[in-house]
Ligand binder design. Sequence first.
Ligand code: NDP
Length: 674
Amino acid sequence: MSLIEVGSFIAGRWVPPGRDAFVITDAATDAPVARAGDATLDMQAALDHARQLGGPALRALTFHDRARILKALALHLSERKDPLYELSFATGATAKDHLFDIDGGIGTLFVYASKGRREMPDARLYRDGGPEALSRDGSFIGQHVCVPLRGAAVQINAYNFPVWGMLEKFAPAFLAGMPSIVKPATQTCQVTEACVRMMLDSGLLPAGALQLIAGGVGDLLDRLGPQDTLGFTGSAATALKLRGHPGLLRHAVRFTAEQDSLNASILGPDAGPDSPEWDLFLREVTREMTTKAGQKCTAIRRILVPEPHAKTLIEALSAKLGAVHIGDPRDPGTRMGALVSKAQRDDVLAKLDALAGETGRICGDPDAVDGAGAFLPPILLHCADPDGARAVHATEAFGPISTVLPYRDMDHAVALANRGEGSLVASVITHDPEIARQAVEGMGAWHGRIYLNDRSSMAASTGHGAPMPHMIHGGPGRAGGGEEQGGIRGVLHHMQRVAVQGSPDHLSGVTGRFFPGSETHSGPTHPFRRYFEELQPGETITTVPRVITSEDITHFAEFTGDRFYAHMDDAAAARNPFFPGRVAHGYLLLSFAAGLFVDPDEGPVLANTGLDALRFLKPVAPGTAIHATLTVKDKTPRNDEYGEVRWDVTVADAAGDAVATYELLTMVARGDRA
Ligand code: NDP
């Protein structure tokens, strides 16, 4: 069978591997499968292409445009998973492992597509938080905004997740508006290359939005500039090299790293052998040791167990691990495939040697597996002196190896988990919320993620080792100090946050959103008679006044059942420091305001979907006349039929003092589609 020639895609052109390319072998059979690297790649051309073509094309799109492309890409890849699965078998991954890498990567695109549409505006600029009052009269305010960086997002990935590793970095960069230059680990880059080809062939991506380096990065890092970013996943040694690279230091290039991690899983002191948490713990640990043959940055390396249960747990866990069927990942009966290469297996065995002085081997004989490939059974170690041990807390054997460490009490467990000096994730399997609190308070500073699980959440839980795109992936210290994903947080890593100060009109002009105090205008008809695209931020109406009587308040109280004393008992209300005497219900004010500003006839306004930022600012006594001002604050298209209009509502009294303010959300039909 001819070898796959893994190309690089630089400046709009595929470049084949060079003569002395690295030969990638099948993890299970050791047969050569592909050649990659050793091509002469023009890294300056790649950067120019990204900066001059990809960046401007992406920045011309809104967040929603980019989100729609991500969704279309996800659908495109979803229909083409089989060839990726096929290629991925050669990396030692089983069909189940593919779910993490290939399906997980596509799932990440879907999540970013959805979050981009829901949580970001249909604009090119992102507002970070709300306005800041910088003057007494509100004529000078501040607002943080985020704009995309104007360079390239260079992404260097580890070998273990050739698809997910790429897509989890690409998706947030793309949504931010930054072009990506992707460099997968050479060992598994044939899978990444196939995925990149599919993405490019889809025709969905603007030119320059995605480039691929198969093999070494040459002088790329020397050429990085102040608007570029570098994201890295891999070993601590490589991270250290990159972190200290003069090119990066010179230009303060943003660098995030995700590297070694000695993740712990703690069986709570409350979880005895008869509890549902016991079985859950066994399942979680077994899955983490065997998925991807333990080659997962989030895999459990240290198993922390209450001392009295250690022996029983070791027996139960060894039985489970002993039953794991190891073999060719293509065989449907195989539960655990091979490590990626024999070199990786040698590395793991060397780490096993490093752990040998502090541990005893419970199960798993490294010499007992047949086959030409890089096979290794799950190996369970036991460390009798976790306090005296050093290597156990510092050596990441990147394979199916984990060590049981007995602990005395929760403080001891927390202290041991923290000995990892910074981890991506720790899990605590407990049914006791107090144990959960101790764990988060005690371990939070040393962990990027804490996964709590018990009988009530186990059916729905996502697994200790699965980084979810909604949640931060990264960790302090040894884990690299970086943060990836975490929903929109991950997008903002690719943007510059700018503090903008000016008048409300300046801010409205910059953001396309109405800021209180900025110019308003009236439309030709009532705003409820206008379609989504006709309404513009700043369009406003002020209603006629309505006097609130004590009969209104009594009627509202009887009708709703809310007979709270402040509305019904004048003397009791007067004893309350907040009220002058009997006052109107806040909800009465809202209801009357709606009665004042609503246009009742059937029209483009389809639904009221909620209120945000509701504040009751001043008590309203009977006899007060209130009126409402309704102003279009912001608009967000939702689909072809309607969009969301956010209205700024102020309910004020005759003196002009605001008594209630809120943002009203409505769905408004699109007239262009009517
Ligand atoms: P490496 O650190 O060796 O490689 C990671 C990536 O960096 C690869 O794409 C690699 O490319 C690239 N790279 C290596 N040297 C340089 C350099 N000087 N300049 C630019 N890029 C460079 O990690 P591996 O993927 O090989 O995994 C090895 C070890 O990393 C594992 O044994 C494990 O301990 C750790 N690891 C940890 C992970 C974690 O998140 N905790 C995840 C994955 C790995 P190339 O392949 O071409 O060398």
